[in-house]
Design a protein around this ligand. Structure first.
Ligand code: SAH
Ligand code: SF4
Length: 330
């Protein structure tokens, strides 16, 4: 018989204290949580895993997030920005491999706007890639609109933490602005992705339960959770990384609660535990992102620390296979 709380989660009748209990689940309760999450994924998506190819187009950033080495105060980082030609050439390579989703990510660098505007129509028309996800940070509604008109159909903007005090402290900007951007993206008809970081310093388990509920309220098409990874040359470099199980439990709760959303098994899971991305699939994930940033730039894109785990196509395919799933590569 299914555990009562998991049952409540499945039928959308869960409260915050029950979410906390599930976040803390270990042993048999955790096993049951993952089983239910897998079942939900199978019900909505079968064995299919969505493979995304990411290009990290710039590591310039106007923000100064305490957890991220791309922050503008990090003077040790050599900065780069790809040209439209470089982006197009990587997109071509991704397309040639049969990967159907192109993911363009960057530090919050408005100087990339013109570059992205130039390359989007070319990618769309010449490569016939229909799934173009942007993850470029906060912008004006007008700017988002331009990206949409030029061919981007999805945008990822994580709220990172639902705790507005912690958000302000750690990202040095108001949470409200981030939520406003998410609202604009929805209004413009983007498919939207959001999510959190688990294990940020000072983040409580109750606060993660609030993250779970905020994602439900935002009702986005994709949601993602990643463990906090301490990063060299940041104020949080000495903090411990986020708890692996807590991240997986968040992922599984979202799968059961939100059902037909896309949830990635992120590279940070692999970084803190070998085989971690298989466990992400086993907790209900159905997306994996392969890194195609040209190698001379890749080591300068430091979102998850210098020694971040870089997902190759080979690793992604092996991970998908080990989890008994199949990629959407054509
Ligand atoms: N600049 C954009 C997009 C690039 S950062 C933005 O901030 O939205 C992409 C994601 O990397 C962020 O949403 C954040 O959740 C994640 N990230 C960055 N540094 C991290 C760290 N040290 N640990 C965990 N996640 C991190
Ligand atoms: Fe910039 Fe994004 Fe890193 Fe914040 S998380 S410093 S906005 S790249």
């Amino acid at each position: 018989m299914t555990n009562k709380i998991i049952e409540n989660l499945k039928f959308g009748k869960i409260n915050k204290s029950e979410i906390v209990q599930l976040l803390k689940a270990r042993g048999s309760l955790q096993k049951e949580l993952f089983e239910q999450a897998k079942q939900t994924r199978q019900e909505f998506f079968g064995n299919k895993v969505f493979v995304r190819g990411v290009i990290e187009i710039s590591n310039y950033c106007r923000k100064n997030c305490d957890y991220c080495a791309i922050r503008y105060s990090n003077k040790k980082l050599e900065r780069y920005r790809l040209t439209p030609e470089e982006i197009f050439s990587v997109a071509k390579q991704i397309n040639a491999l049969g990967i159907q989703t192109l993911f363009i990510q960057s530090g919050e660098d408005p100087n990339t706007d013109k570059i992205v505007e130039e390359v989007l129509p070319k990618i769309k028309q010449e490569l016939k890639i229909n799934n173009i996800i942007l993850c470029l940070g906060n912008r004006s509604k007008e700017q988002y609109k331009k990206f949409k008109e030029l061919g981007a159909n999805a945008y990822i903007l994580k709220f990172e933490t639902s705790d507005s005090i912690l958000f302000q402290k750690i990202r040095h900007e108001p949470l409200e602005q981030r939520l406003q951007c998410l609202k604009w993206l929805k209004e413009l008809g983007f498919e939207v992705g959001t999510g959190n970081i688990t294990g940020l310093p000072e983040q409580t388990i109750e606060s993660i339960a609030e993250d779970v509920l905020l994602a439900k309220k935002l009702n986005t098409e994709f949601v993602s959770t990643a463990p906090f990874v301490p990063n060299e040359n940041t104020p949080l470099k000495k903090e411990p990384h986020g708890d692996f199980d807590l991240t997986l439990n968040t992922l599984a709760i979202w799968r059961i609660m939100l059902k037909n959303v896309l949830i990635p098994t992120v590279s940070a899971l692999e970084k803190i535990k070998k085989g971690g991305q298989i466990l992400g699939f086993n907790a209900g994930a159905n997306v994996i992102t392969v890194n195609f940033t040209p190698s001379q730039y890749r080591k300068k894109y430091l979102i998850y620390s210098k020694k971040r785990f870089v997902v190759t196509l080979n690793h992604a395919l092996k991970t998908i296979k080990s989890a008994g799933l199949s990629p959407d590569i054509e």
